[in-house]
Design a binder for this molecule. Sequence first.
Ligand code: OAD
Length: 262
Amino acid sequence: MTDDRDRTDAHADTTSDDVRDAIDEARRILNSAQRITSFSGAGLSAESGVPTFRDKASGGLWAKYDPMQLASADGFADNPELVLEWYAMRRRALAAAAPNPAHRALAARADITHVTQNVDDLLERAGAKNVLHVHGRIDRDRCHRNCGYDTRIDLNNPPVGQTCPQCSAPLRPGVVWFGEMLPLDVWEAAEHACAMCDVLLVIGTSGVVYPAAGLIDLARSRSARIIVVNTQAADGGTDADLHLVGPAGRLVHDIVLGPSAD
Ligand code: OAD
């Protein structure tokens, strides 16, 4: 694949022939692939009611909250109660959310490896097996001193102010904060999945946070076809083969499983 490939854009706010053609083309590309990887961001879960980070109009988290105060080790050291209460709020909201048609369609294809920046468990709740969370998981707590302790938490009843049973350091959400390393084993598996795929389905990510966003470049450099699904034409990485503009719920369903009857 060369960098001067033609890109096709289709906007899904109509039921035009262009959109149907683009969905058909995306399906054709997927069905001819041996290895498919999805790479998702917050837009995948937006229709489940989970807020994105950078959508100002729809209440993106970083438009309302200071990430350095709430999602960094320094912020946690300054005010652990504030940080844990903020995660408790997000955890309870996630407990009340449910997978949307995009999660369910992706989960229905056992042959897709899912690399996600999302810390939610909606792909798993939809039944997906092969999910790599490069930014960690909000449904887990781990030792802040990194002694190795890591445990599942109850999203409905999030813990606040607990200490590690192994070393007594504070427990904190099992997510990657600003300035922290990504979990190495997960990252290496994600790199492998993106380097080896024939098609990378890039869903609902602004594609601006590195190193995760570099996985799109990695797949492209290994000649994978890149299909982007995003409500914004400018997001999700440039240089896609196919860019479908619209909500992931309907588009991902139709691309992955075929058009629904209605
Ligand atoms: P962003 O908030 O940066 O981007 C969300 C993307 O989803 C945007 O491109 C939107 O246009 C798109 N979008 C919104 N609703 C959509 C829908 N219904 N269907 C399709 N697309 C939709 O979120 P991420 O790209 O996931 O990091 O952000 C990457 C990382 O930045 C996150 O993992 C998080 C954050 O800081 C950590 O927590 C470490």
